[in-house]
Design a protein around this ligand. Structure first.
Ligand code: IPE
Ligand code: IPE
Ligand code: MG
Length: 248
């Protein structure tokens, strides 16, 4: 338990994943250009990372740019890439000081060389940290991830009989990271949009109408409280149910 963690957050999820959606609508509601929404979203991300550290979350995975987001207008894509580069440039020293380890999920080779370099530097610079692992999904798609895992498995010559769910998990971008306990999607959309397709098999989902730039620490605290009311069963029975069972 982290020392600043509020008493009521006794059992925080180990791994929270977020689909940070609604930047465009946030800007439109204020008659601002879309990029202003993306900048506000990036600002908010800084706050939410801090809150996660404070609440004692061990893994935070954020959906920053999907494989499908390349289909947006060129200017928007370029603007988003600039924001990511800027964030990495400015925030890594402070994240490092707070004990955050940065990882990337997605195909790095399709990103522009300057952004690739910043991302790889940030990953290398923070690799010994273990307070919070921040997985940044940029150019990430769940189906793409599974396809590349299958390709790797085949190229390693692993025989069909040896393929298990664990072998597949070990070849995903998230290798070594526990599956998300709680996935939050902001902005009112109720779909997964190709996020963590494999890893979310038993995640608890929380959909909120709040737009990403407005999703603050208090919303996060409420999401964790909601998570704490859920009963996870993983296809089995809870210990309570086992106690009550009279016919095996
Ligand atoms: C999420 O906000 C950011 C990215 C997908 C990169 P959107 O840009 O999707 O915002 P809406 O959904 O149009 O409001
Ligand atoms: C999902 O949001 C991707 C990110 C938040 C990065 P989108 O806005 O791209 O998803 P759809 O198009 O509404 O499904
Ligand atoms: Mg959207």
């Amino acid at each position: 338990m982290s020392k600043n963690q509020p008493e009521e957050l006794k059992s925080v999820p180990q791994h929270i994943a977020i689909i940070m959606d609604g930047n465009g609508r946030w800007a439109r509601a204020r008659l601002l250009p879309r990029m202003a929404g993306h900048r506000a979203g990036a600002e908010n991300l800084r706050r939410i990372i801090k809150a996660c550290v404070e609440f004692g979350i061990r893994y935070l995975t954020i959906y920053a740019f999907s494989t499908e987001n390349w289909s947006r207008p060129k200017d928007e894509v370029a603007g988003l890439m600039n924001i990511f580069a800027d964030l990495l440039e400015k925030e890594v020293p402070e994240l490092h000081a707070e004990g955050v380890q940065i990882r990337h999920l997605g195909k790095i080779e399709d990103l522009n060389p300057a952004l690739q370099k910043k991302l790889l530097n940030a990953i290398d610079f923070t690799k010994e940290n273990d307070r919070l692992v921040l997985c940044i999904a940029i150019n990430y798609g769940g189906r793409d991830e599974i396809v590349q895992a299958v390709k790797e498995i085949i190229s390693e010559g692993i025989p069909a009989d040896a393929i298990t769910p664990q072998v597949i998990a070990d070849h995903l971008f998230t290798a070594g990271i526990p599956d998300p306990d709680l996935i939050i999607r902001t902005s009112g959309e109720v779909r997964t949009s190709n996020y963590l397709v494999w890893q979310s098999a038993y995640s608890e989902w929380l959909f909120t109408g709040t737009l990403w730039p407005d999703f603050d620490k208090e919303n996060l605290r409420k999401a964790i409280l909601e998570y704490n009311t859920r009963t996870r069963k993983f296809g089995g029975r809870t210990s309570e149910e086992k106690k009550e069972a009279y016919n095996g």
